[in-house]
Design a binder for this molecule. Structure first.
Ligand code: GBH
Length: 450
């Protein structure tokens, strides 16, 4: 039985949800006419994924979605963020609609609504159709047009039933990890030459916001990954490197979306790609600003001959997750307060569209998955959000990453972020102790109901 006083309290109507993404959970890669995505290609290349795995089967969510929705119902969540796989809707990224692919999301949305769960749909969580990548992918401005068409198709099908829309998940991760340093698909190592990707993803965001609204969507936002950047020391070289990386990771996406301009330091690098009207296209009024938060980063100056002008340093003195990422909930609270103070009227209500951690334990002899560190993570981060709300920041929801263990990109199946354990041999789902804790947290918001 949950004692309300032991759980962070958020205002009435605050939505507690969970998040996943298509390539990480669906599997069924060959089914119902799905086309090849850049992640199918990337995972087939030796050495790209630590355990040599792919999302070909993943959690088999494509076939087991009803079981997964039943888990959400049991959890008592009222929100679920998923992504639509573009190659299921348009196998080559252009042209005719693959109705069977669209039907899957239609069934998923209906199943969610019947369970009392409000859907949040992401249109692009990194699985670009390979055929578009073959034509340059996000380096090619034409991909923006293709994305706007795709947004219209999905919006027309689901616009009446999806509560919130996210056009692009973490454009910074796509730009930097996909095209900058090559840790993600499509695996390009272009460093600063990857900046046109950022501009095209931002244009894709703006065009999709318009397309979705025209198709009947009522609430459209974004899901940008933000990491507070801390300098390794007060040495001006470290401070300067931190300022630059902060611009590249955070401001490069945030400022065009909210203010309609690029950060001053980066303008010279982007100028050549920006056409008349582009910045107005990017700056669309948003119904919410989605933040994916994991941890702050420590940045230092790099050696003269280094490839990049900044360096990632280890943030010591904090507990770490299995991934080695530091657990710093205070940084989330401080970042939210700073964000609100800086943007004020330009900032719509915030939703935490992802927050979570990887801890790897499986079921013990009694079948229990005792993931206390995840409970601590969730408790402290939800508490940080509650404190930011008390300080006047308008945060409307928290979506835990993730509902179930899943394919963690270049880490394959070696990192587990789920509230529910997945046995990849049997596909058995086992709710972890953190699942029970999250259920209690939700119940504790409305005393008397649980
Ligand atoms: C998100 O990306 C994704 O949206 C989701 O698909 C993914 O499964 C989830 O997070 C978990 O990874 O240098 O040690 O300080 C997260 C992007 C970028 C977050 C790198 C952590 C720095 C770690 N990540 N970042 S560290």
């Amino acid at each position: 039985m949950a004692h309300p006083e032991e759980y962070p309290q958020l205002p009435p109507g605050f939505r507690f949800g969970t998040s996943t993404a298509a390539y990480q959970v669906e599997g069924a890669a060959q089914e119902d006419g799905r086309g090849t995505s850049v992640w199918d290609t990337f995972t087939a290349e030796p050495g790209r994924v630590v355990d040599g795995s792919s999302g070909a089967v993943a959690c088999d969510h494509y076939h087991r979605f009803a079981e997964d929705v039943a888990l959400m119902k049991r959890l008592g969540t009222t929100g679920y963020r998923f992504s639509v796989a573009w190659p299921r809707i348009q196998p080559t990224g252009r042209g005719a609609v693959e109705q069977r692919g669209l039907d899957f999301y239609d069934r998923l949305v209906d199943e969610l609504l019947a369970a009392g769960v409000q859907p949040m749909a992401t249109l692009f969580h990194w699985d670009l159709p390979q055929a578009l990548e073959d034509d340059g992918g996000w380096l090619n401005r034409d991909t923006v047009e293709r994305f706007a068409d795709y947004a219209t198709i999905v919006g027309q099908c689901l616009g009446d039933r999806v509560e919130h829309w996210v056009p692009v998940n973490e454009p910074n991760v796509v730009t930097l990890m996909g095209y900058g340093i090559g840790m993600h698909a499509p695996g390009k190592t272009m460093m600063f030459e990857a900046l046109p990707v950022a501009h095209h993803l931002l244009l894709a965001h703006g065009r999709a916001v318009v397309a979705l609204r025209e198709a009947g969507a009522s609430s459209v936002g974004c899901a940008n990954n933000h990491a507070p950047m801390w300098p390794a020391s007060d040495d001006p070289a470290d401070v300067g490197a931190t300022k630059l990386f902060d611009a590249v990771w955070n401001a490069l996406f945030l400022e065009p979306m909210l203010l309609g301009r690029y950060p001053v330091d980066l303008q010279p690098l982007l100028e050549a790609h920006v056409r008349e009207g582009d910045l107005a296209t990017i700056r669309q009024p948003l119904d919410f600003y989605g933040v994916n938060y994991y941890n702050p980063m420590k940045i230092g100056a790099a050696a003269e001959d280094a490839e990049l002008p900044f360096e990632f340093r280890e943030l010591v003195g904090y507990p770490v997750t299995d991934f080695g990422w530091p657990v710093v909930p205070d940084a989330l609270r401080e970042w939210l307060i700073m964000f609100r103070a800086r943007f004020r009227a330009a900032l719509p209500p915030i939703i935490i569209t992802e927050s979570g951690c990887s801890y790897g334990m499986g079921p013990d002899a009694d079948g229990v998955v005792d993931d206390q560190p995840r409970i601590d993570y969730l408790r402290s981060h939800v508490q940080a959000v509650a404190e930011a709300v008390q300080r006047g920041v308008d945060v409307r929801g928290y979506y835990a990453w993730s509902l179930i263990d899943n394919f963690e990109w270049s880490e394959g199946y070696t990192q587990r972020f789920g509230l529910v354990h997945v046995d990849y041999e049997t596909q058995a789902r086992t709710p972890k102790r953190s699942f029970e804790w999250y259920a209690d947290l939700i119940r504790a918001q409305t005393p008397g109901r649980g």
